[in-house]
Write a protein that binds this ligand. Structure first.
Ligand SMILES: [Zn+2]
Length: 373
């Protein structure tokens, strides 16, 4: 999702990005404007887009700020044609003591629609009081000919639409949080996703009879629900896999006293990109193939000791893959040595991670099949 978006600045410390498909919305508005109102007024059309755009950004900021306060910092807000998405930095989350995860998730989910409801209430109240000539209750509710009225109704619409219990819409997130009180997060997500996909299908069908735009929304929702389900499954796999299940136990090591040329020679005969450096039975550093090559090119032959990276993280064999992942990404490492009683018993590298995950999945499947037969 990040790949197809362009940066659009920062707001309250959160990166704002616009997804390329958002520009379809602009074209859509421009097309409907130019066919329904003659002569088309591009200025007012753009102002209407700006109102909707601003309301969506404020909605996402509601999620982002409440999330950050509850211990899950927001990384970026991405604007899509059907609304926005706030990406949270799950690796950084620190659970506020005493706050249950499901309660926190409900707060974060409700914050977005709440922002729109507040805007609609304030704008509606002010308009009714000072400008009754804009006819708040007249149709069409949202159109470029009446921008103040559009502000009220588009925010009300955004709030109600997002509160639909269709995961991954905010209402669906509330539903999932409620489910997760009684079951694990994967099952809660699955249940919310199937309700969400039922809604999405309904949207697509009704849309075909009534409004093709609704079909598009249904289609996007369907895909989004599927993606969310997959990432929930992936996350739970990461939590249940222990490092001892996937670490490499057959690997090459280097000694700090090895020369770089010796190290390169060993590297040539190994598939590894990263090597633990061992003195006696102690781990003293890590070094990568690339680092060896760079040092050789820059300074000629020398010792591994002088070039190796002395700052590294170790993990225990019972640690989950999710925790190893957090260590790898937090420090931008490519290898994690696995130790038991201070002895090196295996390594986990980014390079072999995906490979060993796939093998592990296959071996579990085979074992399951053997049990069932
Ligand atoms: Zn939302």
């Amino acid at each position: 999702m990040r790949n197809w978006s362009v940066p659009a600045g920062r707001i309250f410390g959160v990166e704002l990005r616009i997804h390329l498909t958002f520009f379809f919305l602009l074209i859509f508005v421009w097309l409907t404007e130019s066919t329904t109102h003659n002569p088309a007024n591009p200025g007012r059309g753009l102002a209407l887009v700006a109102i909707i755009f601003g309301s969506v950004v404020l909605h996402e900021l509601g999620h982002a700020l409440v999330g950050t306060r509850a211990g899950v910092p927001a990384k970026a807000i991405i604007l899509l044609p059907i609304g926005g998405v706030t990406l949270f930095d799950e690796t950084q989350q620190s659970i506020e003591p005493g706050l249950l995860t499901w309660k926190r998730d409900i707060r974060i989910a409700v914050a977005g629609p709440l922002v729109n409801l507040i805007i609609a209430a304030i704008a509606g109240g002010v308009l009714l009081a000072v400008a009754p000539q804009i006819h708040l209750w007249a149709k069409p509710y949202v159109y470029s000919g009446n921008l103040p009225r559009s502000l009220v109704w588009s925010n009300l619409g955004l709030a109600l639409f997002n509160l639909l219990p269709a995961y991954p819409m905010d209402g669906g997130r509330v539903l999932r949080a409620l489910f997760s009180r009684r079951m694990d997060s994967v099952r809660a997500t699955r249940r919310a996703v199937s309700i969400g996909q039922a809604f999405a299908t309904l949207f697509m069908l009704v849309g075909m009879l009534w409004n093709i735009w609704l079909t598009m929304i249904g289609f996007f929702l369907f895909i989004a629900a599927q993606l969310e389900e997959r990432s929930a499954v992936f996350q739970s796999v990461l939590e249940t896999v222990r490092l001892e299940d996937i670490m490499l136990t057959d690997f090459a090591t280097l000694s700090p006293a090895d020369t770089l040329e010796d190290a390169l020679e060993k590297a040539v005969h190994s598939l590894q990109d990263d090597f633990p450096v061992i003195r006696g039975s102690d781990m003293v550093g890590v070094i990568s193939k690339q680092k060896i090559l760079q040092a050789l090119r820059a300074e000629g032959n020398g010792y591994v000791q002088a070039v190796m990276n002395r700052i590294f993280e170790v993990a225990q064999k019972k640690e989950s893959l999710a925790s190893a992942f957090r260590k790898l990404t937090a420090r931008n490492l490519s290898i994690i040595p696995v130790v038991e009683d201070e002895h090196l018993i295996g390594i986990v590298t980014l390079q072999n991670l995906m490979h060993s995950m796939a093998l592990l999945a296959e071996s579990r499947k085979l074992r399951q099949a053997a049990l069932n037969s």
